[in-house]
Ligand binder design. Sequence first.
Ligand SMILES: C[S@@+](CC[C@H](N)C(=O)[O-])C[C@H]1O[C@@H](n2cnc3c(N)ncnc32)[C@H](O)[C@@H]1O
Length: 220
Amino acid sequence: MRIRKKPYARPELEASSFFCPRPYENRGKWRSVFGNEKPLFVELGCGKGGFISQISAAHMDVNYIGIDIKDEMVVLAKRKVQALQGTEDPKNVILTCWNIERIGEMFSPEDGIDGLYINFCNPWPKKKHKKHRLTHPDQLKRYAGFLRDGAELSFKTDDDELFSDTIGYLENEGWEIIMISEDLSEKPFEEDFETEHEKMFREDGLRIKGLKARFRRCSE
Ligand SMILES: C[S@@+](CC[C@H](N)C(=O)[O-])C[C@H]1O[C@@H](n2cnc3c(N)ncnc32)[C@H](O)[C@@H]1O
């Protein structure tokens, strides 16, 4: 999605208590950044924050990190989190701008992340671009570097090819698929929150697919 440059985005983010401008400085220390031992989940490509704002307000006993590459997206996510939590200073969310293809620089095994959300990531249909998919095997290998054994992935997309390829990627990387829905309006997740892209795709009559998978660390 094209998004207009927002000159106010970076200054507004830098002034915010829950924006992290240099996420690599917290590598291996994210739990101490939150200052508690609550479960820690990460949303990859959080966009305008519809999902992270709702889930974090629904689960104050869980910590969330939202990552997107664009300041222009993260500043909107920041506002949504503040609006839904009714405070300027939410305690269970940290937002950051970072390229997820370099996620290993911001998390380490010590972070022991409990789960990932990937909602409507770019499908990158051309063969030479597939490596940029957030579910591509190269990415799954990076995630394996900081997930705890048994961590869960929750994934949603409107794209048929990305969905079936992702099932294959996960199986090949040793993940256990625990739930597949070819149509989330017929077979929904136990709990779910609509994202901005999901709303748009549903209005266009597209079928939304989803899966849950469990990360298994191989013992060699
Ligand atoms: C199609 S949008 C989906 C946004 C949101 N999850 C939703 O469902 O409405 C994909 C998002 O992923 C972000 N993104 C794509 N590649 C990324 C990367 N390598 N690192 C960080 N963010 C990325 C984009 O900036 C964009 O906000």
